[in-house]
Write a protein that binds this ligand. Structure first.
Ligand code: FUB
Length: 450
């Protein structure tokens, strides 16, 4: 019988607990086994919780083909921004007492904590409204914990018609609800977080032309940032306006993220500060390039200039967080790629959730940054497929070294896992670069150290 070492035991237990708790390993997109959109991120202590919409595919959704179809919400959390745990369904359309249980309209939500309770705001159609009309209103479900269970209130919030709720609590304790319906609206909330405390106002200093939706408010250094997706040209891009109070007036200040390079018509975001760094959560349609109502949530770091303006965020595949050396390091979620001879493709076009590979022509390279070598690795394994025999070089830092391993591939167009002994000692946090040094085209799935 093979001897099971302590290390193997821990690894088995870790993998088992990851499978049981629904852990997902990050890079972009963050969630890798289902469609997710409209991420609303919230920091609770040492963890980040993300409340996205949950897109599914319905061939004909309530008579409207190829439209959004969302029946429930999951919540995901992480303490390292790398491993995300799926806590499962927190609210289903059938559980909303006032909602139309077949509307498939559980659009973009938000969640906020107040006095130890978690208030989850979500749009839905009421029982009486036409599901394809402008019948959206906004409800609240309340929980004692960020992962639920959430209990929906018997009625939606009075005086609110629209979608995309966002709640912000100012330093003086006053809470505000924002939402959209042709315009972006804002209103004070009562202390109970369940009722409006005053009439809604239209936040009208925003661009007049083109759809605006998905408001997200935050405060930094006394400035109130009203951020929102806006169709300035063909599809939504993320913009922001700044004011001196939560209900404005606001001045348009710029673009946070340009239109999606993957052709996703919508974008929808949230911004948090976690352990001293700001992050932008948003979505593209990574797993569904041909149908942009099946989206995937992502995150990238966000930076402010000295004058308080937001530096535009370029969407990356690498995303955020530090990757452990013992994880499958998905090189196709690269931090840098050679300009020529390198490309990304699905492993299986018919099964997108299997993920991607990076294809490297002779001389091309791929770099992956921020890997934690928490123990000195002895070996590296690479899952690879090569058209013909050749050699790849794996470096730490950049393509000039130090060299970690030379990997000889046999060719023959089949996937193989090649294990090599590491030639240099490495510890701490490092980047790695894989270079196709000679031979034909290779496809690389992942790299892993032990
Ligand atoms: O997810 C459905 C809708 O698409 C959201 O409510 C909008 O913000 C857009 O992302």
């Amino acid at each position: 019988m093979p001897k099971i070492t302590n290390f193997k035991c821990y690894l088995l237990l870790f993998l088992l607990s990851a499978v049981l708790s629904g852990a997902a390993f990050a890079q972009n997109p963050l969630v890798r086994d289902q469609f997710t959109a409209d991420p609303s991120a919230m920091v609770v202590g040492d963890r980040v919780y993300v409340y996205p919409s949950h897109d599914i595919y319905c061939a004909e959704n309530n008579g409207r083909e190829n439209w959004f179809c969302m029946q429930d919400y999951h919540v995901f959390s992480s303490e390292n921004l790398t491993e995300w745990t799926d806590h499962g369904t927190i609210l289903h359309q059938e559980d909303v007492p006032w909602g139309n249980s077949t509307a498939n309209s559980m659009w973009a939500p938000d969640c906020i904590e107040r006095n130890g309770k978690y208030y989850f705001y979500f749009p839905d159609h009421g029982k009486e409204t036409s599901v394809n009309g402008k019948g959206f209103t906004i409800g609240v479900a309340v929980a004692d914990h960020p992962e639920g269970p959430f209990v929906p209130e018997p009625q939606p919030i009075k005086g609110v018609k629209g979608i995309d709720p966002n709640v912000f609590i100012d330093d003086d304790g006053q809470a505000y609800l924002y939402w959209s319906q042709e315009h972006i609206y804002g209103a004070k909330l009562k202390e109970n977080m369940l009722e409006l405390a005053g009439d809604p106002v239209i936040l009208k200093e925003l661009p007049q032309e083109g759809l605006k939706e998905g408001p997200y408010m935050f405060e930094k250094d006394g400035a109130y940032y009203l951020t929102y997706p806006h169709v300035a040209n063909k599809t939504e891009r993320l913009e922001y306006a700044v004011g001196k109070s939560p209900l404005g007036p606001f001045d348009f200040n710029g673009v946070i993220m340009d239109e999606s390079p993957t052709g996703c018509w919508t974008n929808h975001h949230s911004i948090i500060q976690f352990k001293g760094q700001h992050y932008l959560f948003y979505h593209h349609n990574d797993y569904s390039p041909g149908f942009d109502k099946n989206r995937s949530i992502r995150a990238d770091s966000l930076f402010f200039e000295d004058d308080g303006s937001i530096r535009k965020v370029d969407p990356t595949l690498r995303g955020i967080g530090v990757t452990q050396m013992t994880d499958h390091i998905q090189m196709d979620r690269y931090s840098a790629l050679s300009k020529e001879g390198a490309s990304i493709a699905f492993l299986d076009n018919k099964k997108p959730f299997k993920g991607w590979m990076v294809e490297l022509e002779n001389g091309a390279w791929v770099k992956y940054n921020r890997i934690s070598f928490h123990q000195k690795p002895q070996t590296v394994s690479i899952r690879i497929m090569a058209s013909k025999a050749g050699t790849l070089a794996l470096y730490s830092g950049n393509e000039r070294g130090p060299l970690l391993a030379k990997v000889r591939v046999s060719g023959g167009d089949h996937w193989e896992i090649i294990q090599k002994v590491i030639t240099d000692s490495i510890s701490g946090i490092h980047d790695i670069v894989l270079v196709n040094e000679n031979g034909g085209k290779v496809a690389v799935d992942w790299v892993k150290f032990e």
